[in-house]
Design a protein around this ligand. Sequence first.
Ligand SMILES: Cc1cc2nc3c(=O)[nH]c(=O)nc-3n(C[C@H](O)[C@H](O)[C@H](O)COP(=O)(O)O)c2cc1C
Length: 430
Amino acid sequence: MPRVAPLRSSTNPVRSAKRPAGAAHRRVAIPVTSRLSAKDEESKAIELVNGKVTSGPDLSVTVDGLHMPNPFVIGSGPPGTNYKVMKKAFDEGWGGVICKTVSLDSSLVHNVTPRYARMQAAGTREVIGWENIELISDRPFETMLAEMKQLKEEYPDRVLIASIMEEYNKSAWEELVGRCEEVGVDAFELNFSCPHGMPERRMGAAMGQDCDLLTEVCSWVNEASTIPVWAKMTPNITDITAPARVSLDAGLEGVAAINTIQSVMGINLDSLRPEPCVEGYSTPGGYSSKAVKPIALAKVMALGNMIRNEYDGKKSMSGIGGVDSGYDAAEFILLGSDTVQVCTGVMVHGYPVVQRLAGELQDFMIQHDFKSIAEFKGASLPYFTTHSDLHSRQKAAIAEKRAKKVGLANDKDWTGDGFVKETDSMVSNK
Ligand SMILES: Cc1cc2nc3c(=O)[nH]c(=O)nc-3n(C[C@H](O)[C@H](O)[C@H](O)COP(=O)(O)O)c2cc1C
């Protein structure tokens, strides 16, 4: 059985650290009540106070010692790219925030514009798919550190997770981990999954698809960190459980899935050039938003079963991919997710969407009389099986139905003795 790092107490109000962590910089909590717009009030949106629901089923979760008022976490990307937007996320009630992925040297990160392409439902402006060729953060590491420090000072009781990525270099990973911990982040998410740009430096998905590299890098990070660490998995691999298993076996607390799916949004039939088009050229990007949810659910189901069967449920999972409603989130939790991340959904609906997500999740829980997230986490996992087992079950069900069937199969079966009873059993409108 893989080692589970013991959680010890710390002064951080949102977590108990793997190892004790200094937290002298943390100050007072700022109470925040987010207000609902008239439109929200028509929907299932509810009021959140410091991210907490004020009535109804409890949405709070504790994962790897991190206490969150609700399971909704900002997924790494534009919605966590600077102090201003991360603060907004906390103010609107998000349970946790994962910053845009940072690395030590942002001068090596060269973004292009345009970098997005959207798929909209026919005849509407509804966004169903989103491709990006955005790289990790191109803001100086020191700036991001200072902003995360400020955020933790102002919101000591809210969960801030640093998404980090580096090259195959032990001391670089150690420095990245150490410097982020110094500013008081609560946990790490290792970006082993960006499908574009970064693989050219053997980072991101290139690392996440190589189990030998992963074993090494995860061990380095596990050794260096004193706080929980999640490995963010790429869906661009045949069996997502293989890299997840080696990451967990290296001692990490959990996995997050999925990052974006490698994609080409389309070809412009006038110019014959691919989208998104930069100076006439493009490169395959990462696909997200509603359209990826079924693929994400399949990957999350595989990981949920793996955690349940191989780790006795003692590793955590953060589900991601196309979440657009609280009902979507319920599906990810039913497949074993502890928390649910949203990235594109925030870019489409804005930060206040968390109030609708929370209200819809509560609505689902009320319908089933669930009082807490723990009551239904993983509840749908037992209903997945092999195709051949589906066939056996169906055969057995048909046989059982036939055995129960009353009436005569053939005229030769009339006995004459039980004539009245036999006739009665064949009447439909009794
Ligand atoms: C524009 C954009 C930028 C992203 N940047 C990052 C990133 O820096 N690091 C990361 O781990 N994931 C990044 N992602 C992936 C998301 O965090 C998420 O895994 C993926 O988009 C699927 O979730 P969604 O459908 O809710 O967006 C990005 C996604 C988008 C759309």
